[in-house]
Ligand binder design. Structure first.
Ligand code: SF4
Length: 365
């Protein structure tokens, strides 16, 4: 039975959640990888894309207090707290743009000073200063937070950030949709329905967005697949909309410096199985993207043969994963990303935020 499901999925036949769970549990790892790799190669040949981006995290003060988060602090009284003004962030973005970035990834803590008006101001100033840099900003959870502060609905909040220069939405805040697991790791975070509703609205407004899964802590394989099934359903709906999901990003949980530091974190095999099942199950997702900081460089290269076709950029100034005990260097240079992709037997291709090829000479001219 497993061979039949693998064959179907590799041929592009849609598989059910039960079949995906069976693959996760019982398919031999090498066969699972080979099936996922067939899908990836049929779509992209041996090319693996990446972009050159940098992170701006406006504040680490956050009232949500997720147990798995090593980045945030509760209050400004914490000695690790920081909170940047719009001017400070624009100055920093100007410096970062000298590195030839094509995208700024902007996410941070949620606190009442960081309002919808603040982000409108930030996006307008960034676009005025760096019109060629795309803004991948504000998770669905942040959109919901600033909308509630401003007493507007999700649609109005998104329409306002879009008018200010917002380009795409990152996939964070999804964690695991299972209410059972959310109650353990993120009990004050909004439920899955809210996350999905914000992305649905963004797709209706024509935005491209991403989706994540934080795995390797308390979730079962069935809960992983249920999470992916909710995303696949929403992407089916988006087929009739101008926007939609671009990439699914499986994020391995990093226990260091979190409330759950006693957990081992996901094994190499769990990472590879999750990526491969995602590639086979999410037939309507264009890209399966590897967050190399969280996967680790070695597994990232290996995972290119298990369904990854895209990497998460050069990530200059990435602070969120680095707040755990992650060992990956801050900001790989383009050369190192290229080496990482070539070590996996693939050809690196730089892309922009919307997956168009980048003419590096034009960016740095
Ligand atoms: S994961 Fe996000 S919402 Fe949760 S505490 Fe960290 S910054 Fe706040």
């Amino acid at each position: 039975m497993i061979d039949r499901i693998l064959q179907d999925a590799a041929d592009g036949v849609r598989i059910s959640p039960e079949q995906a769970a069976a693959l996760y549990a019982d398919a031999p790892l090498a066969d699972l990888g080979a099936a996922a790799d067939r899908v990836t190669r049929r779509r992209y040949g041996d090319e693996v894309t990446y972009n050159v981006n940098a992170h701006l995290n406006p504040t680490n003060i956050c009232v949500v207090g997720c147990g798995f988060c090593a980045f945030a602090v509760w209050t400004e009284k914490d000695e690790r707290a920081y909170a940047y003004s719009v001017d400070q962030l624009v100055d920093r973005a100007r410096e970062l743009s000298d590195l030839g970035i094509t995208e700024l990834h902007i996410v941070g803590g949620m606190t009442k000073e960081y309002t919808l008006a603040y982000y409108e101001d930030l996006f307008r100033e960034l676009k005025a200063t760096l019109p060629h840099v795309a803004l991948t900003a504000l998770t669905a959870v942040e959109i919901d937070f600033v909308a509630r502060l401003a007493k507007v609905d999700h649609r109005e909040a998104l329409a306002r950030t879009l008018a200010a220069g917002h380009d795409t939405m990152p996939g964070g805040g999804a964690e695991v949709f299972s209410p059972r697991v959310r109650a353990i790791i993120a009990d004050r975070k909004v439920p899955a329905e809210t996350w999905l509703a914000v992305h649905r609205e963004a797709h209706r407004l024509g935005m491209r967005t991403n989706a994540t899964l934080l795995f390797g802590h308390f979730e079962t394989p069935e809960e992983k697949v249920e999470h992916m099934a909710a995303l696949r359903d929403l992407q089916d709906e988006a087929a009739a909309q101008p926007g939609g999901f671009q990439a699914f990003i499986p994020l391995p949980f990093l226990p260091g410096n979190t409330e759950f530091a006693y957990l081992p974190g996901p094994s190499r095999e769990e990472k590879l199985r999750t990526i491969a099942v995602a590639r086979l199950f999410l037939d309507n997702f264009p890209h399966i993207k590897g967050h190399w900081v969280m996967l680790g460089e070695e597994v990232t290269s290996e995972a290119l043969a298990f369904g990854l076709d895209d990497l998460s950029g050069t990530l200059t100034e990435e602070r969120i994963a680095h707040a755990t005990t992650v060992q990956t260097p801050l900001g790989l240079t383009q050369d190192r990303i290229g080496d990482l992709i070539r070590a996996g037997g693939r050809t690196p291709v730089e892309r922009d935020t919307l997956y168009r090829p980048v003419d590096r000479d034009a960016v740095t001219a």
